[in-house]
Design a protein around this ligand. Structure first.
Ligand code: NAD
Ligand code: IPM
Ligand code: MN
Length: 368
């Protein structure tokens, strides 16, 4: 088998800072586990705009289509706030998702025992939490037409369209049911079928796919607003949540806080299987470029590190090595190592981004 290939797109703000720690881990796997990767690096977001005048060059898009996995840091930042909408950094990421057809975005929210006390929710609400949000990623209001800002009479009108086809809903539903079968065997589908036609179709199609192919999995439905409330009230009632692009964006940031920090939440964006049988894939932390702390060495690299663990599991068939990396993160947290976002107002001194990466490497060393 040829060496698996990875394209790294560090992006903007804290993206390059957290990605530097992932590079150390990739190198560790090559040196210590004989698991070499063919790694290349390129620009996305504001960094690509600065060089090419677009947030994603066509050559980079082509490379992304060819590799076994893309790892992305984060895009965006205040420097680019006034750019034309068509070349904003975020458009580079959206183009990757759309053209790679990464329709199933897995956002696992797991509360590590060592952080159960730190979460802003009560310990017994979050301790042991392990849920998976499956967010539809290539359609819905992010991409629907018509869209734009138009003049109407003497005022401007902003327009976005929520649009879902049956097949778009069915394929993300299947991916949620498949995951549930390997986990707690429960899916909760969230939409707003009470006020949106796309929500009515969503509920119908999820129900049809369930009846035809997955009746062994327990299915429930919830309006997304009530779902947000239930996520805060008693998140352990959920196993897999499947929802649309926009609701999934909001619900996953909320779920991040159940784990203690947005700096903890990884993600995998998966598409259809490639010739080698593995899905086309992009891995990225759920957080953004964090302009408020960028350049200070304060960012928590764990979300990005855990995203690489997901790559080991979903793209490289290395489930045991993914477990090893997740256990290394768990050990570091149990040892009390904390970046600033994982500390309260007082207490121990925080470690830097690179010290956190080094601690994970040390825990990996100790695991062999
Ligand atoms: P953000 O996620 O960048 O930051 C929100 C808050 O969380 C900030 O206080 C930040 O300091 C903190 N935070 C985030 N990641 C952290 C980490 N790893 N360690 C410690 N603290 C962390 O969201 P925002 O401020 O709303 O957006 C900033 C920019 O990022 C915007 O341009 C936005 O569009 C972009 N963004 C990009 C992505 C992505 O690339 N996938 C995701 C979300 C936002
Ligand atoms: C995310 C981000 C993105 C989104 C932006 C940067 C395009 O918030 O990945 O959660 O809205 O999907
Ligand atoms: Mn988001």
């Amino acid at each position: 088998m040829s060496t698996p290939s990875i394209l790294i797109l560090p992006g903007d703000g804290i993206g390059p800072e957290v990605m530097a720690e992932v590079r150390k881990i990739i190198d560790w796997y090559g040196a210590k586990r004989d698991l070499g990767f063919d790694v290349s690096e390129d620009l996305v977001g504001g960094a690509a705009y600065d060089k090419h005048g677009v947030p994603l060059a066509d050559e980079t898009m082509e490379k992304a289509q060819q590799v076994d996995a893309v790892l992305l840091g984060a895009v965006g930042g205040p420097k680019y706030d006034d750019l034309d909408f068509s070349v904003k950094p975020e458009r580079g990421l959206l183009r990757l998702r759309k053209e790679m057809d990464l329709f199933s975005n897995l956002r696992p929210a797991q509360c590590f025992d060592a952080l159960a006390d730190f979460s802003s929710l009560k310990k017994d609400v979050v301790a042991g939490l392990d849920i998976m949000i499956v967010r539809e990623l290539t359609s819905g209001i992010y991409f629907g037409e018509p869209r734009g800002i138009i003049e109407e009479g003497n005022e401007r009108v902003g327009i976005n369209t929520q649009r879902y086809t049956e097949s778009e809903i069915a394929r993300v539903a299947r991916s949620a049911f498949e995951l549930a079968r390997r986990r707690g065997n429960k899916v909760c589908s969230m939409e707003k079928a009470n006020v949106m036609e796309s929500g009515i179709l969503w509920r119908d199609v999820v129900t049809e796919v369930h009846q035809a192919e997955y009746s062994d999995v327990e299915l429930s439905h919830m309006y997304a607003d009530a779902g947000a409330m239930q996520l805060c009230r008693w998140p352990k009632q959920f196993d897999v949540i499947v929802t649309d692009n926009l609701f999934g964006d909001l619900l996953s940031d909320a779920a991040a806080m159940l784990t203690g920090s947005l700096g903890m939440l990884p993600s995998a964006s998966l598409g259809a299987p490639m010739a080698n049988g593995r899905p086309k894939a992009l891995y990225e932390p759920v957080h953004g470029s964090a302009p408020d702390i960028a350049g200070e060495g304060k960012a928590n690299p764990i979300a990005c590190i855990l995203s690489f663990a997901m790559a080991l599991r979903y793209s490289f068939d290395q489930g045991a090595e993914a477990d090893r990396l997740e256990e290394a993160v768990e050990k570091v947290l149990a040892d009390g190592v904390r970046t600033a976002d994982l500390l309260g107002e007082e207490g121990v001194d925080p470690v830097s981004t690179s010290q956190m990466g080094d601690a994970v490497i040390a825990a990996l060393d100790a695991s062999i």
